[in-house]
Design a binder for this molecule. Sequence first.
Ligand code: AMP
Length: 227
Amino acid sequence: MNIILIGAQGAGKGTQAQNLAHTLGVVHVSSGDLLRTVSNSGTDIGQQVRAYLDRGELVPDDLIVTLVLRRITEPDAKRSGVLLDGFPRTIAQAQTLDQGLAELGLYIDCAVYLTVPREVLLRRLSGRYICRAHQHVYNRDTNPPKVEGICDIDGSPLYQRTDDQGPAIEKRLDIFFSETFQLLDYYRSQSRLVEVDGNDSIEQVRKNLFHAIAEFELKKKYQDDNQ
Ligand code: AMP
């Protein structure tokens, strides 16, 4: 099974992606992680990627599409399927992904959209803290660390991203919603969109995601069997 997880900054996508991939038995493929690995590789291409990441800009489509397709065709991912996190971000990326997968005899089953109202996203982002060592995510109100300012998992200090502060949050959400609107329509028009309420506790959202995907799969199977 190949799935895409879509969610605004602060929707809980990062927190849920790993867990969901584990539950479904698929490989978690994060476009941001793939790019960070390349940017640390010490190669020419790595330096170019780093410049985009540092500016917070999207890297060119051909580069990210190549990286993701390459990862999807590695043996573990081919065998069990993938959960794509952070990709595609635009309709152009979604179309190129579909073409690339079709050439490999593969396809995306569904895109799962984690819905959270804008005012909740704003509140969550302004309380978000990340650990220096591995980017583990905490929240002052909903998921605080056991010891203030310290990561529970690796003991490294927590910090707040500069773009999680002030007007930068609003700007990032504006960009997300304007780009993602079209992306959602793309999958909706092909009956491949699954919307899941993300405005709840981490555990409840985890259950919501699992049930929504199971229901989608059942419906699809029923339709396929009755065609
Ligand atoms: P993330 O970890 O998803 O926040 O991504 C970190 C950075 O990687 C983004 O700010 C972009 O520069 C780049 N990036 C991640 N995914 C994509 C994508 N699908 N297309 C282009 N650039 C991306």
